[in-house]
Design a protein. Structure first.
Length: 326
């Protein structure tokens, strides 16, 4: 029997060295940093993931320290775009920890295919570049893994706009959503191109609730009525499927929230797969058997979570080779 594989995603909550400034917050003290590293190492151990996607990394060496004893340094992949280093990166980056071999090197996608101006904002690249790695999930099955951290829906003001002006606030909110959709459209292009070669997994902090229309864009549409067989095949090949729905339809389980906003639990961290990683599409090679979050820490004080843990819960999916006995 081919061994199941554990694939997870975890927003680390702005992982940076002690004393480093993180946006407008006070730098972590050495004691807070030590607590955070201990929390992350314990959580990594609980996940025991063969492939772990991570978000909000400011310093690679802090991630390597958190992963010590669980992942070797060469298994920690945190590429940056060309001409960017940790000192000049404008936002935290994403990464991948993999006990499984990669085919080639992990790369980052930064540029948008079609730069545009959105409500006065020039948009030519992802605000948080997407990581793409080709991973041997099983010896005979290679998959394209995309690690994503989408911008939140928080209003996006121009320098010339007054945040205290309601009209400006409306424009800023609309602009933020427009930017998110433009990035999701580019991500969809990347996943469609990869799906022509191999199965696809997309995972990370999408900053998007379960039933948001933005996820419908990422998942893709069915072929229009009257389309021929070739068109149907192309549309189905481009579609992505929510890992939670796949697990339930595979006879497994899916549960757990990943974030708490003002006392309301939500799912913001997701995993999607292409057709070959579902049992209900032609030619399956595997399936999501279960998916759950490790959210027991989310009930703690929110301020403390940000400082010494994470305000997100990790999501763990178990993949089985299909058929299970291969």
């Amino acid at each position: 029997m081919t061994e199941p594989k554990r694939v997870a995603t975890f927003n680390l909550g702005n992982l940076a060295r002690a004393g480093s400034k993180i946006y407008e917050t006070e730098p972590r003290t050495p004691d807070e940093y030590a607590q955070k590293i201990d929390f992350l190492r314990q959580t990594f151990g609980r996940l025991d993931a063969d492939v772990l996607a991570v978000q909000e990394i400011l310093h690679r060496d802090a991630l390597v320290e958190a992963a010590e004893g669980l992942y070797a340094p060469e298994q920690v992949h945190t590429p940056l775009p060309e001409d960017v280093d940790e000192a000049t990166a404008r936002s935290p980056r994403v990464g991948l920890l993999s006990k499984l071999p990669l085919f080639g090197r992990a790369v980052v996608h930064r540029r948008l295919s079609h730069p545009q101006t959105i409500m006065g904002l020039n948009l030519s690249e992802f605000r948080r570049p997407v990581l793409h790695a080709r991973v041997w999930l099983w010896p005979e099955v290679r998959v394209s893994v995309f690690v994503v951290h989408l911008k939140s829906p928080r209003p996006l003001f121009l320098d010339s706009e007054d945040p205290s002006d309601p009209a400006c606030a409306v424009l800023a909110a609309a602009r933020a959503h427009a930017v998110r959709f433009a990035e999701i459209a580019q991500l969809k292009v990347l996943t469609m191109q990869a799906a022509l070669q191999e199965p696809v997994i997309v995972l990370g902090d999408l900053n998007t609730k379960d039933h948001d229309v933005a996820l419908d864009v990422l998942k893709g549409r069915r072929a229009p009525a009257g389309a021929n067989a070739t068109a149907h095949e192309r549309f189905e090949a481009a579609r992505l499927h929510n890992g939670r729905a796949v697990a339930r339809r595979s006879g497994g389980v899916a549960f757990g929230d990943t974030f708490v906003y003002r006392g309301h639990p939500e799912v913001l961290d997701h995993l999607f797969v292409s057709g070959p990683l579902t049992p209900f599409m032609p030619g399956p090679v595997g399936t999501v058997r279960s998916i759950r979050s490790l959210s027991d820490h989310l009930g703690e004080d929110p301020h403390r979570l940000v400082r010494v843990a994470s305000d997100h819960a990790p999501v763990l999916a178990v993949f089985e080779r299909w058929p299970a006995y291969y």
